[in-house]
Design a protein around this ligand. Structure first.
Ligand code: IPM
Ligand code: MG
Length: 360
């Protein structure tokens, strides 16, 4: 029996995760995977119930599980709290505690939704990239960090630090992913200014020697941001540190025009992973059955593929989602201005996907 921990979190998290769970139950049943589900609190929901965004018991439970499926965390209700007890802290803590160093954020255009992008159609057309973001190091976790006062002046500081092992292991993930795709890796850096980026350059080059079938390019982060809006089709796999990856993955997601569609995986060594939609908690529409569950459902596909070694199940989920879109079903976020379609709700969208699932 494999345990799956569900962490619905805040805002629309619970609604989209309920649909994702139904899909995972259907697929695991069809492919004979024995799964056991446990639901726990994270983020604001956990702050309200227990005074902390993530309890140690929940981390322990996740450690004993095969994979974690997360909804979203955060909301205006908790925005004024100190950094250490904010909902986001729960997310950072779980990444660190579970060793989820490799964050995979695929951004591909879905043809039926391409018009939603702010970019011209011919530019959007080619987008099919994967951001591989280092997730447990860098400036997010580096020491020293903090705020103090020197000579009567307030200061704030963080440290961007990586050691060679951290860089090598995320680089390997990127090269391995490139082998499953178009065999190209772009390392994103700021080596014209940052020493830490110069270390990345050296280590990525060393790792590249083991992957002679994959081409490697280096791109400065500022020009990468520029190229992402000018010619995103040139990118296959992007590998970078925690902060640059945070920024570029939002940009990459948005240019596809389908933010509500994008899944992600955060992986540790050995196939354990946490899966979550890229979109946030959307507090403005929470509890109204308006949310788009497809990013959460596509996160289930990544979970099936990577943590449950069930690529057939993953393919079934992906093709069910494509079929549902091709049939014209849309949640509100996917309806373009001027389009006369009736929006389907979150639950109904889940029903459509379940009905479209072709499993043994
Ligand atoms: C993300 C988010 C988080 C991050 C926040 C909520 C802490 O922006 O997953 O990209 O910065 O990593
Ligand atoms: Mg982010």
């Amino acid at each position: 029996m494999d345990r799956i921990v569900l962490l619905p979190g805040d805002g629309i998290g619970p609604e989209v995760l309920a649909e994702a769970r139904r899909v995972l139950e259907a697929v695991s049943g069809a492919y004979g995977l024995a799964l056991e589900f446990t639901e726990e609190l994270i983020g604001g929901a956990s702050i309200d119930a227990h005074g902390t965004p993530l309890r140690d018991e929940v981390i322990e439970l996740c450690r004993e599980s095969r994979a974690v499926l997360l909804g979203a965390v955060g909301g205006p209700k908790w925005d004024d709290m100190a950094v250490d007890v904010r909902p986001e802290k729960g997310l950072l803590a779980i990444r660190k505690a579970l060793g989820l160093f490799a964050n995979l954020r695929p951004a591909a255009v879905i043809p039926a939704l391409a018009e939603a992008s702010t970019l011209r159609p011919e530019v959007v057309d080619g987008i099919d990239l994967l951001v591989v973001r280092e997730l447990t190091g860098g400036i997010y976790f580096g020491e020293p960090r903090g705020r103090d006062e020197v000579g009567g002046k307030r200061r704030g500081f963080n440290t961007m630090i990586y050691d060679e092992d951290e860089v090598a292991r995320i680089s390997r993930v990127a090269f391995e992913q490139a082998r499953l795709r178009r065999h190209h890796v772009t390392h994103v850096h700021k080596a014209n200014v940052l020493d830490v980026s110069q270390l990345w350059m050296d280590v990525v080059e060393e790792v590249a020697k083991d992957y002679s079938d994959v081409t490697l390019a280096h791109q400065l982060v500022d020009s990468c941001a520029m190229l992402l809006v000018r010619d995103p089709g040139r990118f296959d796999v992007l590998v970078t540190g925690n902060l640059f990856g945070d920024i570029l993955s939002d940009q990459a997601a948005e240019i596809t025009g389908s933010l509500g569609m994008l899944p992600s995986a955060s992986l540790a060594t050995g196939g354990f992973g946490l899966y979550e939609p890229v979109h946030g908690s959307a507090p403005d529409i929470a509890g109204q059955d308006k949310a788009n569950p497809l990013a959460a459902i596509l996160s289930v596909a990544m979970l099936l593929e990577t943590s449950l070694a069930c690529p057939e199940g993953a393919a079934a989920v992906r093709s069910a989602v494509s079929d549902v879109l091709a049939a014209g079903h849309r949640t509100g976020d996917l309806i373009l201005a001027g389009e006369s379609r009736a929006a389907v709700g979150c639950r109904a969208m889940g029903d459509h996907v379940l009905a479209a699932l072709e499993t043994p």
